[in-house]
Design a protein around this ligand. Structure first.
Ligand SMILES: Nc1ncnc2c1ncn2[C@@H]1O[C@H](COP(=O)(O)OP(=O)(O)O)[C@@H](O)[C@H]1O
Ligand SMILES: [Mg+2]
Length: 417
């Protein structure tokens, strides 16, 4: 940043204080209010989600109309406004409920971030929120349910309508698929509770992972959040630009470019806003007074690298083993793609080497698809002449980073992450 400032010996003296001020004023010439570019910022108005907002509002309205429970599943790719819209609708529901003297409570949990990966953890957390004192382990699930109901009894004279929002519910469902069944029948255990579940998922085909009897018991309303178009992303970004940056810092071309990049990545507004912030930070570091298209390019490359590393850290150990097997084979063969049939043997070797249980061929196959879903690899169906068809697996990132990623994975596996 100081590169552009005059601090060379042969010029007139400049005091540290003046230099600090120069640096500060350069820095502040880019951002007006960077906070509005952070992930948890809630915009005043939500545009381009009218359909979804209306669907969710309508779906939840029976809760206000009587002692009713409703269940809703929300699906959509990441960054399509699911969390934002749900928070807004639920807030308004609570407000109207209060005006009507309705006993409505709402709890929002993020299963991935709050590490809720079993029914036990879920109910323990709920009980604690309602004031129960519980040891972290040692109780049976039935006992934890009892504690939860006791805590509800203490806190509520009337029947309680509880809206439970489980964000990133895939995380919990993939690990403990039966908890939904118990939740759907909770009324049989405690008849003063009207539980409505709102499950939010990034995985579009999540329902195929849930048993039909559970689905029919929940009978959820399903709402799909479509991906934003480039124009819609542009509209959302322009709103943020006005709040976040000083005038003249962000040229129109910059917003269009970021919107176009994001639209290609299934309209992920979170990444678009991130890229806008990173581009601004880069321009600031370089001591520029506005963001250039090159800044966007550079910031994009940088963020790609970080996202890949972050994604890898969040994978389960078994998925890490599968990815490491793929990376090893690609390194060994010095080729860009491999056949999926080659992966299993290498995976078994690695599972033994790092001391993990061996999964079946089928499960490993599922994990390969999940890696594709996370954009870490790309699967293509290829014809192999008379040998029939085979799946070809390539990388979702450039080959240069393979050695570094191998190190990261090995490190995590040794630490049992
Ligand atoms: N229609 C919109 N208007 C303004 N900001 C939005 C809109 N949709 C999403 N965002 C912003 O994009 C980011 C991602 O949205 P979020 O609701 O967290 O996505 P999801 O839960 O679908 O992954 C958040 O910072 C959110 O404020
Ligand atoms: Mg979300």
């Amino acid at each position: 940043m100081i590169d552009n400032l005059d601090y060379s010996e042969d010029k007139t003296y400049i005091s540290p204080k003046d230099l600090f001020n120069q640096i500060l004023s350069k820095a502040s010439s880019i951002f007006k209010n960077k906070e509005v570019l952070l992930n948890d910022y809630i915009p005043n108005e939500i545009h381009f989600r009218n359909k979804e907002m209306t669907q969710l509002t309508t779906a939840l309205s029976p809760i206000l109309l009587g002692n009713n429970s409703v269940n809703v599943f929300i699906f959509g790719f990441s960054g399509t406004g699911k969390t934002l819209v749900t928070r807004k609708v639920v807030n308004d529901l609570l407000e109207i409920g209060k005006q009507n003297n309705d006993n409505i409570s709402c709890i929002i949990m993020n299963c991935r971030l709050d590490n809720i990966n079993t029914e036990y953890r879920l109910i323990t957390n709920l009980a604690k929120i309602f004031g129960a004192k519980l040891p972290d382990t040692g109780l049976s699930l039935a006992k934890v349910y009892d504690k939860f109901f006791d805590s509800l009894n203490m806190n509520n004279k009337k029947d309680l309508k509880l809206v439970l929002v489980l964000d990133e519910i895939d995380y919990l469902i993939l690990k403990d698929p039966l908890f939904l069944y118990n939740l759907s029948r909770i009324k049989e255990k405690y008849d003063k509770l009207y539980l409505s579940l709102v499950g939010i998922s990034n995985i579009l085909n999540l329902k195929s992972r849930i048993e039909p009897k559970v689905i029919s018991s929940l009978n959820p309303v399903e709402i799909v959040f479509s991906s934003y178009s480039a124009d819609e992303i542009k509209g959302i970004l322009e709103e943020r630009v006005k709040l976040a940056f000083n005038e003249g810092v962000v040229a129109e071309g910059v917003v269009s470019k970021i919107a176009a990049i994001s639209a290609q990545e299934h309209g992920d507004v979170r990444r678009a806003i991130n890229l806008l912030r990173l581009s601004g930070e880069l321009a600031q570091r370089k001591g520029e007074s506005h963001i250039s298209l090159e800044d966007v390019d550079l910031a994009y490359k940088e963020s790609e690298k970080n996202i890949i590393e972050e994604t890898i850290h969040t994978l389960a150990p078994q998925s890490k083993l599968v990815l490491l097997a793929i990376l090893n084979i690609i390194e060994k063969k010095k080729s860009d793609t491999i056949f999926s049939g080659e992966i299993y043997d290498e995976y078994i070797k690695l599972a033994n080497k790092f001391g993990y249980r061996e999964l079946t061929f089928r499960r490993v196959s599922d994990l390969i698809y999940e890696l594709d879903y996370n954009s870490l690899i790309r699967i293509q169906l290829k014809s192999r002449g008379r040998y029939g068809r085979s799946r070809e697996v390539g990388l979702g990132f450039s080959k240069e980073v393979v050695p570094r990623l191998e190190d990261i994975i090995k490190n995590d596996l040794n630490k049992n992450l």
